[in-house]
Design a protein around this ligand. Sequence first.
Ligand SMILES: NC(=O)c1ccc[n+]([C@@H]2O[C@H](COP(=O)([O-])OP(=O)(O)OC[C@H]3O[C@@H](n4cnc5c(N)ncnc54)[C@H](O)[C@@H]3O)[C@@H](O)[C@H]2O)c1
Length: 343
Amino acid sequence: MTILHIHGAGGDSAIHLNTSLSQLPSMMDGRRAVIITDENVWRHHGSTFPAVLDTIVVPAGEASKSLEKAGELLRRLVALELDRSSLVIGIGGGVVTDLTGFVACTFLRGISFGFVATTVLAQVDAAIGGKNGVNLDGYKNLVGIIRQPSFVLNDTSTLSTLPRDETVNGLAEVIKSGLIADRALFERLEDAVAAGDPLQQLDMGAAISAAAAVKVDVVNRDVFEKNERRHLNFGHTLAHALEKLMKIPHGFAVAAGMVAAARISKSRGMLTAQEADRVQRVIEGFGLPVSVPFDPAAAMDAIRRDKKRDSDRVNFVLLRGLGQAEVVPIPLDELTASLNSNL
Ligand SMILES: NC(=O)c1ccc[n+]([C@@H]2O[C@H](COP(=O)([O-])OP(=O)(O)OC[C@H]3O[C@@H](n4cnc5c(N)ncnc54)[C@H](O)[C@@H]3O)[C@@H](O)[C@H]2O)c1
C-alpha cells in the first residue's frame, strides 16, 4: 500500500494505491457520510461498503452524468441534512466519480469528498486530478469545477468483476502513461504481450499504480493544464475527433489515436521505425484497435474545431522516444497528409 499526494490549487488529495476497500472507514474520520454509486458497482460490491447515513444508487452509464441527476442528488443531500462537516464518497467508475465530485463541490459551496475507483480508467485517470463535472446538451464535461477529492482509494480486487471490454478500454490509458512518461511501465506491458495472454500475465496492481503515479506527477507539476498536463492528451486529439464521428469506446479511439501519433512522431524523426512498431504491437496485444476506418476529411474538420487548434497548426502530443512526450505544433497540411496516408 502506497500513498501518493497531490498538492493542487483545488486542495490536497491522498491517493491510496493497492488499498483494500475495507480501509475506507479509516478515511471517513467518523464523519456523517453519504455514498454515491451505480447499480453495477452496488450489485457486485455493495455488501462490502461501510455503513453510512445513506447509499444512493444511480443508473449505470454516461446518462447519469447530467445536471438533472446532479440536482436530484443535491436534493437528497438537503433532505439528509448533510452539513459542512459531512463527507460524500463516490464508489464507481469515472461516471460516478465525476458526478459525485460535482455534487460535493456545489453542495453548500463545497463539502469534503473522496472516491473509491472501481474501473481501470477511474483508477489511473478519472478519479485523479480534481476535474469534476457533468455533461450538458450533448457536450461532454461542459459544466464542472476543479477541486481535489480528499482521498482516492484504488482496490484492484474490485476490478475482478469489471467486464473485459471495460478493462481493455481502461488499459489504453495505462499504455499511454507508459509511453508519455514511464518507459519501464511500457516495457512491463510489452513483456506481458510477449508472454501471451497479456491480461492474465500483467500484474494489474503494479501497472495501475505506475500509471496512477504518472498522472499524479503530471498534475502536481501542472495543476492548471497549461503545459505538461497536455502530455496526458497523447492520442486524444484524433481520439476526440473519432469519438465525434463514430460510436466507439473512448479507449479504442485513444488506441488508434496513439498509433497515428506514433507514426507522425516517426515521420518527424522523433521515434524510430522499430519503436513505432513496438507501440503498435503492445496496443494490438491488449486487444485494442491500431486503426479504425474513418473519413480523414471529416476527422480533420473535427480536429480543426477542437479547442487545441492554434491558427493553421494543431498542438499535437508526440513521442520523443518511448517514455517521453512533447507538444509539437503541427501544420494542418502535414496532419491531413498523415491521416490520408494512414488509411
Ligand atoms: N475527471 C477526469 O479527469 C476524467 C478523466 C477521464 C475520464 N473521465 C470520465 O470518466 C467517464 C468514464 O469512466 P469509466 O470508463 O470508468 O466508465 P463508467 O463509470 O461508466 O464505468 C464503466 C462500466 O463499468 C461498470 N463498473 C464500474 N466498476 C465496476 C466493477 N468494479 N465491476 C463491474 N462493473 C463495474 C459501470 O457500472 C459501467 O457500466 C467518462 O464520463 C469520462 O468523461 C473523467
